[in-house]
Structures are given as structure tokens and as C-alpha cells.
Design a binder for this molecule. Structure first.
Ligand code: HEM
Length: 417
């Protein structure tokens, strides 16, 4: 693999498609130079890894959070809140099993269907405001105007906050959690993030208490009252940990799919025409966007015992990089993998949401948000183009991929639906 660039080099992260193509041609599973990490890019190998929970652990919380709580000043602030608990993403069975059963109850299809009208109302409000700003050919940033606020407002309204006024607060908290995971922040920001975390926890406590006293028709209420035979209901710290994950896992990723998805439509006018002509293609188009964008590019697994992946030996104590984004461009599974094809027959078999026991608990919610958003976009937006001189930049991140901004010119559709 020495002829290939390093998988985590900034150039690879900002333009990964050629790297993924080279990896599939040479070695879909390989040890990363200079790191105790094996990179898993092949589709079948990744499905195998995601199913082997007895060999590969999700207990990577300490890696994600780096020197979490180690600084005494940071710890002093966090001690005024509730303890961090590993609940879903960073827990293994049997701990994971209990949380997942309880959280599945809150994320039912029934709940997601009930939220649809709410999602549509938020999407229409944001789109109309953005189209007003875009009048007369003015450039607007689709990320700031639509892709960020939509999922944040949906989650805000589902945890009992006001979808209009509290979006900035939820985004501020969500950014604090994301920054803490990034491990690269200066001490002043670490202290600020710790204060944000505690502020969020106190706010969440009030919302949780209110729902304990009087259930309401939202996701937080479902979480507070979730009970499965024989399982202890969730306590305050556990609910807070889950809410944190919903904010972090749900916002960035859906934002990135919305922005990357719109860019795919702009760059592929023939595919845009196909969905304009046949709206029933929208759900499949969304799956194809998820496949190509794969906003959670990859996540870690800890190797629990000496074993192998697709014939490549892996040692206990090392890590795997489960590369969802690479598997989604495996040519043995997806012919002509870099092509955006809204009619691709197996688009939905992508691994953008993972697979197995940790498969994204928010996948139904996210899919609903994406389908509703693109239905409204196709109804309300006519001509769409990149703003003249627009420079596209993706946020530098080993695990998450997304556009920092998407400057576009959008025309209101001539015949409103
Ligand atoms: C396009 C949007 C999204 C993408 C690409 C995505 C991706 C993923 C992936 C790949 C995993 C599997 C992690 C693993 O195997 O270790 C995951 C898990 C998870 N996702 Fe998502 N996600 C999205 C949206 C959401 C939303 C909207 C929510 C909630 C509001 C959410 C909450 C979670 C949680 C809590 C987990 C952990 C589940 C577990 O460990 O049992 N995600 N997500």
C-alpha cells in the first residue's frame, strides 16, 4: 500500500473517491502505516466485521473523547452536572442491549410518521425564507440557511424545545459535544465546552422532570416512559447521554447529506430531470445520496482477540477503521460506484447507517427528513446552480464528512405546487 497516500492525510480526506477506488483495486483490507489500525474498506469484509460483536468492540468512548475529564479545571465544571454514561454507540452487549431496546421504543416508525407533518412545516418555513433571500439571483449558503437548521429544529421540537427560537441553543450545545470529540481544542474552548455540557444537562433535567410528571406527545416523553419487560427504565444521566448522542449523531450527518445531496443534483442535471419527471424516485435518490455522501465515513472497532478479517491477521488491542464510505463505493457491490444514479436498483443496500446491533437508531427519522426535504425542494425550487466563484470545502475530519458551506443561486419554481 506504500504507493497510496495515507488514508487520513488531509488530501485523502478532502477528496476520498480516488483513494477508495485504488484501495478496492489493490487491497480492500490493509494495515495502516504507522498506526495500530487495520482499514476495512471492502463491502463483504465490513459486513463481516459489523456482525462479529464478540470479536470487535464498540468500547471506543475513551478514544473518541481523548483526555476526557483529565484536566482538573474541566473536571471541576463537569462535576457540577451529571456523570457521562456509555449508552449506545460506545457500549457493548449486554449494556448496549438494554439501552437499544428502550431507545427503539422511542424511535418507532409510528413516532417518525407522527413527526412528518412537523418536519414538513419546518422544511417549508426554512425553504421559503431562503428563497426570499435568494431573490434577484443573490447567492445563499444552503448549509447555513437550510441544511443545519432543519435537523436541529426537528430534534429541538422533539425534546420539548421551541423549534423556532431554540435552534441556536441546540446547535451551540451540539457543537460543544462535537468539539469535545475532536480532541484538538485549546483549553479555553475545553472549559467553554464543559460549561455548555452542564448547561445542556440542567436544561435537559427540567424537560425530563416535566415529562415524568406529565407525558407529552414527543420523542423525549417516549424515552422517559420507555419500559421493556424486565428492563429498568432509563435514569436521568442515561437519558441525558442518549439526548447528547441524538444531537451529535443526528444533526451533523443529516446536514451533510442534505448539502451533499443538493450538490449531487446540481452536478448531475440529467439525474435531476429524472426525479423532476418522476417524484416516486425521491426515496431511491435519497438512498443513492446516502451511499455517495456516507457522512459517517468511518468509525472505530477495538479488536478483542487475535483473529483475521478477510484473511488479514489482526491483533488483540489494535483497532479497526470500519470505513462505511469506502464500502459504499465497492465496485463488486455497486457497479460504476462513483456515478450518481437515482435509479440504481440496489442503492438501499448501502452501509451509510452501518449494519447489525449498532445500526443507526435514527435511520428512519433521517430518511424521513431527507425525503420530505427533497420533496419540498423539488416542488419549490426551479433553477439551481452553484454561486459564481463558489469554492467548496469539506470539514477536515477523520470520521465525519460534510461541506462547510454550499453557496448557491436558487430560483423559485414558476408554478408552485
Ligand atoms: C444521514 C444521517 C445519519 C447517518 C449517516 C448516520 C450514521 C450512523 C452509523 C454509521 C451508525 C453506526 C455506528 C456503529 O456501527 O458503530 C449510527 C449509529 C447511531 N446513530 Fe446515526 N446516522 C444518521 C442519523 C442519525 C439520527 C437522525 C439520529 C438520531 C436522532 C442518529 C442516532 C444514532 C445513534 C444514537 C447511534 C448509535 C446506535 C447504537 O449504537 O445502537 N443517527 N449512525
Amino acid at each position: 500500500m506504500s504507493a497510496l497516500p495515507h488514508p487520513f492525510a488531509p488530501e485523502t480526506l478532502s477528496n476520498p473517491a480516488p483513494f477508495y477506488a485504488a484501495v478496492h483495486a489493490h487491497a480492500p483490507v490493509f494495515p495502516v502505516e504507522g498506526m495500530p489500525v487495520t482499514y476495512v474498506a471492502g463491502y463483504d469484509a465490513l459486513v463481516d466485521v459489523l456482525g462479529r460483536v464478540e470479536d470487535f468492540s464498540n468500547d471506543f468512548g475513551t478514544i473518541l473523547s481523548g483526555k476526557r475529564n483529565a484536566d482538573p479545571d474541566v473536571k471541576a465544571i463537569l462535576d457540577t452536572g451529571w456523570p457521562a454514561v456509555d449508552t449506545l454507540l460506545t457500549a457493548d452487549p449486554p449494556v448496549h442491549t438494554r439501552f437499544r431496546k428502550l431507545v427503539n421504543l422511542a424511535f418507532s416508525m409510528k413516532r417518525v410518521d407522527a413527526i412528518e407533518a412537523d418536519i414538513r412545516a419546518i422544511a417549508v418555513r426554512l425553504l421559503e425564507a431562503m428563497l426570499d433571500k435568494a431573490a434577484g439571483g443573490r447567492a445563499v449558503d444552503f448549509v447555513a440557511e437550510f441544511a443545519v437548521p432543519l435537523p436541529v429544529a426537528v430534534i429541538a421540537s422533539q425534546i420539548g424545545m421551541d423549534a423556532t427560537t431554540d435552534v441556536a441553543t441546540v446547535k451551540r450545545w451540539s457543537d460543544a459535544f462535537v468539539d469535545r470529540l475532536g480532541q484538538m481544542i485549546p483549553k479555553a474552548r475545553e472549559l467553554e465546552c464543559a460549561r455548555e455540557v452542564v448547561e445542556f444537562q440542567h436544561h435537559a433535567k427540567a424537560l425530563i422532570d416535566a415529562r415524568r410528571a406529565r407525558p407529552t406527545d414527543d420523542l423525549l416523553s417516549d424515552l422517559v416512559h420507555a419500559s421493556v419487560d424486565g428492563e429498568k427504565p432509563l435514569d436521568d444521566a442515561e437519558i441525558m447521554s442518549i439526548l447528547q448522542q441524538l444531537m451529535v449523531a443526528g444533526n451533523e450527518t443529516t446536514t451533510s447529506t442534505l448539502a451533499g445531496g443538493l450538490l449531487l443534483l446540481i452536478e448531475n442535471p440529467a439525474e435531476l430531470l429524472k426525479v423532476r419527471a418522476d417524484r416516486s424516485l425521491i426515496p431511491n435518490m435519497v438512498e443513492e445520496m446516502l451511499r455517495l455522501e456516507s457522512p459517517t465515513s468511518g468509525l472505530w472497532r477495538m479488536v478483542k482477540r487475535d483473529t483475521e478479517v478477510a484473511g488479514v491477521p489482526v491483533r488483540a488491542g489494535t483497532m479497526l477503521m470500519a470505513r462505511f464510505a469506502a464500502a459504499n463505493r465497492d465496485p463488486t457491490r455497486f457497479p460504476d460506484p462513483d456515478r450518481f444514479d437515482v435509479t440504481r436498483p440496489n442503492a438501499r443496500s448501502h452501509l451509510a447507517f452501518g449494519r447489525g446491533i449498532h445500526m443507526c437508531v435514527g435511520n428512519m427519522l433521517s430518511r424521513k427528513e431527507l425525503v420530505v426535504a427533497f420533496q419540498e425542494i423539488l416542488d419549490r425550487v426551479g433553477e439551481m446552480a452553484l454561486a459564481p466563484g463558489a469554492v467548496l470545502e469539506w470539514k477536515p475530519n477523520m470520521l465525519l464528512r460534510g461541506l462547510s458551506a454550499l453557496p448557491v443561486c436558487l430560483e423559485r419554481a414558476r408554478v408552485p405546487a
